[in-house]
Design a protein around this ligand. Structure first.
Ligand SMILES: [Fe+2]
Ligand SMILES: [Fe+2]
Length: 420
């Protein structure tokens, strides 16, 4: 059985299954049976607070929680976040029960896809230019973020859904665009002024610009990185700041995002191991968004997680790594049931979330695709759960894995035809 315990409860002979506050790609800690106190000290020195141990094959303990208990608690914690959202600017709040019609949504997705593709082209060109020693054109970056702001203001879900569902190209360009989209939406949900959103969103596009100069990027290789390889990867932050240094029109908030997107609340981040008090709000926001995109995208060293599992995982990391209030607001920005999630209703119908109602995160619009009782697919029918919010049978019971039911989300969503 796998149990989660505090690292303070570790003793020699326990078998480490994995670490909880564990940055993707950080692999120099020993997994397996602990053979000495020194090994435990190394784990504690890294600032890791929680660990999963395998009690079926090592020293066991009464302490801690089983994986099922942990999962259930995290799920409940996530659901509790449905409470009143933090203030949003009035122009992105929709008030009718139906946020927008299916046709409007389709148009929004097509326009968002264009904005995303154009931003990717700009990133590709800019990184090529940086490699050739040319300067970054900050006006293009800002214009691109300006278009994202417009799209999110008109249709809050469209760009976010695309960022989340487009998994065809794991490239630094797509990652940079996704981080900019999430950061822009995040800033808007916090009611920031337009210029600040442009500056922070620009930081999203530019946050990994340093990687343009790292032609043999070790983070692209499968398997664990050695400590020297990790040191190379970590240099991308400093290189990025050098590229942007003195650039006309570059804003301090943009540079903060670039400088702090790998810093962590527990002081274990890089490049400066900044303590929490010295990490700017925009640095915290960038770290949240950067990790979310990394784990919801297929990478060579890990499989992509769906949004629900990614948010649960990050909720677990949150006390050590993120500003918790900001992380909760990020969950509200993304939505508990983002577009493309498959959900099981209490009446045993399976529905694919096709869009969200901002007025209630718990009641999205779903396309009913399968009847578990009848063990068969049904004629697809789109229903707005907000209209059934007082009907118990139409409440969402839980998430389901689309693969298990032979469902391909993209085949049922307008972005399936727009991606490319
Ligand atoms: Fe980075
Ligand atoms: Fe990144």
């Amino acid at each position: 059985m796998v149990k989660k315990i505090s690292t303070q409860q570790l003793v020699v002979g326990m078998k480490v299954h994995s670490f909880v506050d564990y940055q993707v790609g950080n692999n120099d800690l020993k997994i397996g049976t602990l053979e000495s106190d020194n090994e435990i000290q190394t784990i504690l020195k890294c600032g890791i607070k929680e660990v999963l141990i395998d009690t079926s094959d090592g020293v066991s303990t009464e302490a801690g929680q089983t994986q099922q208990e942990v999962e259930r608690l995290l799920h409940e914690q996530l659901m509790e976040l449905e409470g009143p959202a933090a203030p949003s600017p009035p122009d992105i709040v929709h008030d009718g029960p139906e946020d927008y019609t299916a046709q409007e949504w389709q148009n929004a997705i097509h326009s968002a896809a264009r904005i995303g593709n154009d931003a990717q082209k700009i990133m590709r060109q800019m990184m090529d230019d940086v490699r050739l020693g040319k300067k970054v054109d900050n006006r293009l970056v800002q214009r691109s973020v300006g278009r994202m702001i417009g799209s999110i203001r008109r249709h809050p879900d469209a760009l976010i859904s695309l960022a989340l569902l487009r998994d065809s190209d794991d490239t630094i360009y797509q990652h940079s665009v996704n981080v900019a989209i999430y950061l822009t939406a995040f800033c808007q949900s916090l009611g920031m002024d337009e210029q600040t959103i442009v500056d922070v969103g620009s930081g999203g596009l530019l946050h990994d610009i340093g990687r343009a100069k790292q032609l043999n990027d070790p983070s692209k290789k499968p398997g664990p990185l050695s400590s020297s390889e990790r040191a190379i990867v970590e240099q991308h932050v400093t290189i990025g700041l050098e590229i942007l240094d003195g650039l006309p029109g570059i804003n301090r908030n943009t540079l903060t995002v670039v400088a702090q997107h790998h810093e962590q609340k527990n002081g274990q981040g890089y490049p400066n191991k900044l303590p929490n008090a010295r990490i700017h709000k925009f640095g915290h926001m960038a770290a949240i968004v950067d990790t979310y995109d990394a784990i919801t995208t297929h990478r060579i060293y890990h499989k992509r997680m769906d949004s629900h599992n990614a948010l649960k995982k990050m909720l677990e990391w949150s006390p050590a790594q993120y500003d918790e209030a900001l992380f909760e607001q990020f969950i509200r920005t993304i939505g508990i049931y983002p577009v493309g999630s498959l959900v099981r209703l209490k009446n045993q119908l399976l529905g694919l979330v096709v869009r969200n109602n901002r007025s209630s995160l718990l009641h999205p619009v779903v396309k009913i695709l399968y009847d578990i009782n009848k063990k068969s697919p049904v004629r697809p029918q789109t229903i707005n759960l907000i209209r059934f919010r007082h009907t118990v049978e139409y409440q969402i019971d839980d998430f389901e894995q689309p693969k298990r039911w032979g469902i391909t989300p993209m085949a049922h969503l307008p972005m399936g035809a727009s991606a490319g």
